[in-house]
Design a protein around this ligand. Sequence first.
Ligand SMILES: Cc1cc2nc3c(=O)[nH]c(=O)nc-3n(C[C@H](O)[C@H](O)[C@H](O)COP(=O)(O)OP(=O)(O)OC[C@H]3O[C@@H](n4cnc5c(N)ncnc54)[C@H](O)[C@@H]3O)c2cc1C
Length: 414
Amino acid sequence: MKAVVIGGGIIGLSSAYYLLQEGWNVTVIDKTDLTDSCSYGNLGMIVPSHFVPLAAPGIVAQGIRWMFDSKSPFYVKPSLSGQLINWGLKFIKSANTQHVQQSGPHLTAINLLSKQLYESLSHQPGFDFSFEKKGIMMYFKSEKVGEEEIHMAEKAKQMGLEVDILNAAEAQQVETDIALDVLGAIHYKCDAHLYPNKLNHQLIQYLTLNGVQFLTGQPVTKITKKQNKIASVHVGAEAVDGDVFVFAAGSWMPSLLQLAGLQLPLMPGKGYSFTQSHSDKTLQVPAILCEARVAITPMNQQIRFGGTMEIGPINDKINMNRVKGIVESVPAYLPGLPVEMPKPSEVWYGFRPCSPDGLPYIGYGAKYDNLLYAGGHAMMGLSLGPATGHLIADLATGKKPIIDISAFNPSRFD
Ligand SMILES: Cc1cc2nc3c(=O)[nH]c(=O)nc-3n(C[C@H](O)[C@H](O)[C@H](O)COP(=O)(O)OP(=O)(O)OC[C@H]3O[C@@H](n4cnc5c(N)ncnc54)[C@H](O)[C@@H]3O)c2cc1C
């Protein structure tokens, strides 16, 4: 049986990996040469702690305030685009307490599964992607945000996650080398991190060695249908047929699906990162600076800084003001951690594929019997890669999915 995966980011590669384990003959198609995508320059965090989707109460009002600050971490580019308006209305509708409460257990279950799968993958021959289980420190500076974070941490404990609530002195005992200037921190010991660049390269290497075919450098531009099935996808002059098709095209999902006459609410959420060398003293545990919404991860003997979420069309502009916002936030929390303003050429950017309710799309859609959706993972795509891949392989093979995926139904907005 032949599976065709469109998109070679972490979601497509993970799908290919688990399909291969199930005995499928797999082809991966990507329009790039697979050396960069959103799955490379991200912060490498594996986050069972992130059980609150982006669409949560308060985010709309906060987002409007941030829109007037050029260095802010969240921005929606105003536009009359139908895709953005449709997405925005669905986002506003989803940003409520009930949605957050319903989504929490589903996000935790898929994140915990993924972490477990990463751990076993890290023990497989040919894989060494610096998987570390040190957790993540969420630092806060204000009373208000501290109260919110402590409330979340209590909830996380109730959900069975391993979490410590720390005052400033206790936080300093965890992060011994770097001087902190914070009110407190939550240490989500349940989280982990890895080096995404290595992970992607090793996955490609493993898949290639094990017979997966890669067609790279050209996009899928046409889809041929036969009754209620996809028959083939076209890459240049070549028609690639298959028994099952996995659409894992990240922020390009809407344009790919359009070729099959389908629509999906999804917007790109642009983010920036830059990676710098450090002196002898370095961060031990990945950090999230809560008020600033900046993330910092030690990886590959360097430190990667990242953040911002610009909802808008795909573009290759680098907004150095937002990068400056990231740089300036660091000394306010971690005065002991050196950070320099990067040159534009040193800034990486990627597009998080954001669904309006902050939940991924995983499973069969309503129209085609052999089309599997694997996308919309927004800010947790790296984290959710293996679990998504496993679920896709379960579904393709006709097995009961390893966890309940009802919340991730791709047709939920139809
Ligand atoms: C600054 C930043 C920090 C982040 N940090 C984290 C983190 O710490 N933890 C975490 O879990 N997530 C993080 N993320 C999010 C994560 O990177 C994404 O969710 C994830 O990479 C999405 O993976 P994907 O495979 O769906 O998409 P992508 O990686 O974008 O891959 C999609 C692929 O599809 C291909 N494609 C698209 N259209 C076509 C077509 N028509 N034909 C052929 N190929 C096509 C593209 O070329 C691309 O290679 C971060 C993101 C950013 C921007």
